[in-house]
Design a protein around this ligand. Structure first.
Ligand SMILES: Nc1nc2c(ncn2[C@@H]2O[C@H](COP(=O)(O)OP(=O)(O)OP(=O)(O)O)[C@@H](O)[C@H]2O)c(=O)[nH]1
Ligand SMILES: [Mg+2]
Ligand SMILES: [Zn+2]
Length: 354
């Protein structure tokens, strides 16, 4: 059994809880989510739970509980119960839904840190790392870079230098689950009551690292090492676990697409050096592409800013702008549709009253 604090409870949630003035309910945290079926953990143990009340009817998709959410729960017996309400989130991590649709999907809620996991084989990719950094910074989550499978790599120092050049303030932990190198160092990042989400492509070893930390094979991992090349995903659902010595870890299925939402802040934080340069440009809204007296163009010409890095910035910025625009258009459309329905309703009411 765990205390609420060990499960991630803090003053923020206590305040929200007190404001609800609920009797007959206890706080519990969502471990897994499968459509309307949930598993959650409370001070009294683990339960299966269904939704009740307003959550069942007429809730917006984003108000429904997600992994990591705190909810008001009522137990029916020692295994089952109902979820009445989702507590306001401290934060959540979202991404753009896969495919053409420009809308956001919440991955998990109330997250302190993100372990951005890459493996030190063909998976290692600086540009993909930038993409993850942008999205987690946007949601006030501290990124930590984990480079797994160091047993397969003979140019570790170069790879670390490559990352340090683009993310000088982010901690990097090289490790290998196979020969246990660096595993104890990663554990120092896992603190009691802190919630950490694991992100990264399929096959990089997210579940293997979590199993190692738990000291047991809780999560299935792929046995065939070349399964990755076939695009097989071993973990199929998100799950939160609590470590016996403290710390809350959320395993995730490998992400093939990690689309950006509206991430202005995330871009500014990830590409800080471009931000600093831009302050010296002659024009305030400089796009750094054809304007005169552009400090970014000067840095490119001098070679102090790499062309790859700048192109990556432009690409992610376009993606974010795309998302923002389509969302704006959709909201506008929803609004005018709402107006139309209202006027039809009013019209039919008038007819009835005649
Ligand atoms: N060589 C080597 N292989 C590793 C290491 N860590 C994990 N693996 C192997 O990599 C494969 C994939 O590991 P998983 O833990 O299933 O990867 P995952 O990131 O959870 O993958 P998904 O669940 O599909 O997202 C397994 O065969 C592991 O045994 C390591 O440090 N070195
Ligand atoms: Mg996995
Ligand atoms: Zn400029």
């Amino acid at each position: 059994m765990y205390t609420l604090t060990q499960l991630g409870w803090n003053n923020h949630f206590q305040k929200e809880w007190d404001a609800l003035s609920l009797t007959d309910f206890i706080p519990a945290r969502i471990i897994t989510e499968n459509k309307t079926q949930y598993k959650l953990i409370s001070e009294t143990g683990i339960f299966e739970a269904n939704l009740m009340g307003k959550l069942l009817y007429g809730s917006e998709a984003e108000d429904l509980p997600k992994v990591g959410d705190w909810v008001a729960f009522q137990a029916m017996d020692d295994q089952n119960g109902f979820i009445f309400e989702t507590l306001p989130r401290q934060n959540s991590l979202a991404r753009k839904k896969a495919g053409q649709e420009q809308s956001a999907q919440i991955i998990a809620s109330n997250i302190d840190k993100a372990f951005l996991v890459q493996s030190l084989d063909h998976n290692f990719n600086i540009r993909r790392l930038e993409r993850y950094l942008v999205q987690v910074y946007e949601f006030d989550i501290q990124p930590i870079i984990i480079l797994n499978k160091s047993d397969l790599c003979d140019d570790l120092v170069e790879k670390i230098m490559e990352i340090e050049a683009i993310a000088p303030s982010v901690k990097i932990y090289p490790c290998s689950v196979h020969d246990e190198t660096g595993m104890e160092d990663i554990k120092t990042e896992v603190k009691e009551g802190e919630s950490i989400i694991f992100l990264g492509s399929s096959g990089v070893g997210k579940s293997s690292i979590i199993n190692y930390m738990m000291g047991e094979t809780h999560f299935k991992t792929s046995e065939i090492s070349d399964a990755v090349n076939k695009g097989k995903h071993t973990t199929t659902h998100r799950e939160l676990i609590v470590l016996p010595e403290g710390g809350i870890l959320i395993d995730n299925p490998g992400t093939r697409e990690f689309g950006l939402t509206d991430v202005k802040k995330g871009l500014e934080m990830t590409f800080e050096e471009i931000q600093v340069l831009a302050e010296g440009c002659r024009f305030k809204g400089c796009t750094h592409q054809h304007e005169p007296d552009c400090k970014v163009q000067e840095a490119l010409a001098e070679g102090t800013l790499s062309e790859d890095r700048f192109q990556s910035y432009l690409k992610l910025q376009r993606e974010s702008a795309n998302y923002q625009m389509s969302n704006y258009e959709r909201r506008k459309k929803d609004k005018s549709l709402g107006k139309m329905y209202k006027s039809i309703q009013n019209g039919s009411r008038k007819l009835k009253n005649k």
